[in-house]
Design a protein around this ligand. Sequence first.
Ligand code: LCS
Length: 394
Amino acid sequence: MRPIRECGIETKAVHGGEYHDPLGAVIPPIYQTSTFRFRDVDHGARLFRGEEDGYIYTRMRNPTIEAMENAIAVLEGGWKALGCASGMAAVHTTLAVLMQGGGRIVCSESVYGATATLLMALGPSYGIETTFVDTSRTEEIERAIRQDTKVVFIETPANPTLVITDIAAAADIAHHANATLVVDNTFMSPVLQHPFALGADVVIHSMTKFLNGHADVVGGVIVVKTEEQYKAFRSSLNLLGGVIDPFNAFLVHRGLKTLPLRIERQCANAMRIAEYLERHPAVQWVRYPGLRSHPQYELNRRQSDGPGAMISFELKGGLPAGKALMNSVHLCALAVSLGGVESLIQHPASMTHATMARELREQAAITDGLVRLSVGIENVEDILGDLDQGLSKL
Ligand code: LCS
């Protein structure tokens, strides 16, 4: 058999977290234990000194978590992955490692609301200054870089505007300035986009979304490229403490196995829905990377393997019409989060991006009328029927 890292993405998703169980269990058991027994005092001391391989304490290492981390590292093409308690724990840990001693971050202006709020509200107390720019215009990244810039942080496609940044160009600019490029790959998943192959240094995900895919786990992950990075991130995560627990790691690992299948169906459904919305007379505009009307349609075709399952749109009737639609759909649940098997609809300005400063929301074109749809794996006719009955009531 080919080495797992040379196999197709579907094989990586099923077998990437290779785990050798002493009893032959096909699926890694849930090691729901906080601590591991030492054989004797010298054994414990050797483990703590790193002279012998083994498990000590679940905040440091746990076999169930490791199996899930290995699967994600293989999918992303990274050296190793670090499971975190949430996507925000992954963002925070990444910044804590890369921004030690303070400095500047150049960040996409359209990012998940809590990421923006973390940088704006807590950043300055850690000596971190953030410049938010439209990273889809790479010249804006270049212009924002200063002597003290340590990190370029991009979300692409961005939450919720679906603006797309050229990852390879952002990597060139960051590296020229000796800065680290961090890519939040949540919206594409490792099935559709491979930031390491395009020059990224660190890739993060909210595993709450596509990776787990079943809306029953909150989790995050940091994927790194080198052993040196891994050691730095692992020791900081151990100290900061935001690790995932074994049961949630088990659920994410289970979800990963169907990730390529889910993504395939979600992309196909989303394409049909985006085309339907674009034709609908009540719709003002639609933003979906698979539509030719998307400003970075060609770039997305170049740097990813598909358009994803997220659609943003605004109705001609603006916010009141958007509210009426969101209140009248049944199959599409009115709920935040995204990437799962069920379709979800929400209003970023008053929900996911409500804590983001209004000026930044306006700068990033997160308009009051913008509605965000995460397309699930239901029968597409049923989703279309649900949206159609809602739009017909306007
Ligand atoms: N990065 C992105 C791109 C996200 O969309 C989110 C959450 C996070 C990081 C944080 O992950 P968490 O801590 O929630 O696991 N985005 C959400 C959203 O759009 N709706 O609800 C959560």
